[in-house]
Design a protein around this ligand. Structure first.
Ligand code: ADP
Ligand code: MG
Ligand code: MG
Length: 252
């Protein structure tokens, strides 16, 4: 599904990603952990095609296409969803309106007719029920005055509506409480399927108690310096990152 080879990227002329290799098959969940500033959010942003990130080398193949050739909205239409891509508050735009536009843009890309109001409403009701989000929340301006948990639920709902083939979650927010972590985890588990994969970037080992990953990777100084199964996350929890840093630094 996703094949990242020797990916290099810089931000404001600073080399951040220094040769990332990662292979993700359909249905797999890959967790990415690592010390602060190692490039985790940069990797997520580069995959989503955010501006400000200059790819300087390597390739990314997504479902047989050259991902790096695609504009951000084309990547979204091809099935990449960066959760927490829109954490901003958008006064006057409700989640419903926002999603209706997003979904119809994706449908247009695939040369499908837009959903009419009734079809959209039906889809929305169905998905709201599946991720247990209150209709009322969807009628409010996006993220305006949302609590941490409400934001998370809303993001999971967005993901449910857009049905991506690769969901990328970047848990940058260190203020997440356990309830919010559980909302994210329940949502991901709900959306988990044989043909949908996830990259879960997280600082929290605890999140991986709820979302059990197939693989755990440690990013350090722009490279994946260690990969393993969920046991690696437990080992990191216990021992911290220093041992991994010294191993990696010794190889530099
Ligand atoms: P992580 O998510 O692993 O904490 P980031 O990808 O956020 O790491 O950051 C990696 C490095 O890139 C850091 O040194 C950070 O300061 C720098 N960086 C990330 N985004 C930007 C940006 N928009 N402008 C300048 N520097 C950035
Ligand atoms: Mg950080
Ligand atoms: Mg980050």
């Amino acid at each position: 599904m996703l094949k990242i080879s020797n990916l290099q990227a810089r931000v404001e002329s600073k080399e951040i990603l220094r040769g990332i290799n990662l292979d993700i098959k359909p249905g797999e969940i890959h967790a990415i952990m690592g010390p602060n500033g190692s490039g985790k959010s940069t990797l997520a942003s580069v995959l989503a095609g955010r501006e400000d990130y200059e790819v300087t080398g390597g390739t990314v193949e997504f479902n047989g296409k050259d991902l790096l050739e695609l504009a951000p909205e084309e990547r979204a239409a091809e099935g990449i969803f960066l959760a927490f891509q829109y954490p901003v508050e958008i006064p006057g735009v409700t989640t419903i309106n926002f999603l209706k536009t997003a979904i119809n843009q994706i449908r247009k890309y695939h040369e499908k007719e837009p959903l009419d109001a009734a079809q959209f409403l039906k889809l929305m009701k169905e998905k709201a029920k599946s991720v247990k989000i209150d209709d009322q929340l969807l009628r409010r301006s996006l993220n305006e005055g949302f609590s941490g948990g409400e934001k998370k639920r809303n993001e999971i709902f967005q993901m449910a509506m857009l049905e991506p083939s690769l969901g990328i979650l970047d848990e940058t927010d260190s203020g997440l409480d356990i309830d919010a972590l559980k909302i994210v985890a329940d949502g991901v588990n709900q959306l988990r399927s044989a043909d949908r994969s996830f990259i879960v970037v997280t600082h929290y080992q605890r999140l991986l108690d709820y979302i059990v990953p197939d693989f755990v990777h440690v990013l350090y100084k722009g490279r994946i310096v260690k990969s393993g199964t969920k046991e690696l996350a437990l080992e990191l929890e216990e021992k911290g990152y220093d041992w991994i840093k010294s191993e990696a630094d010794a190889l530099e």
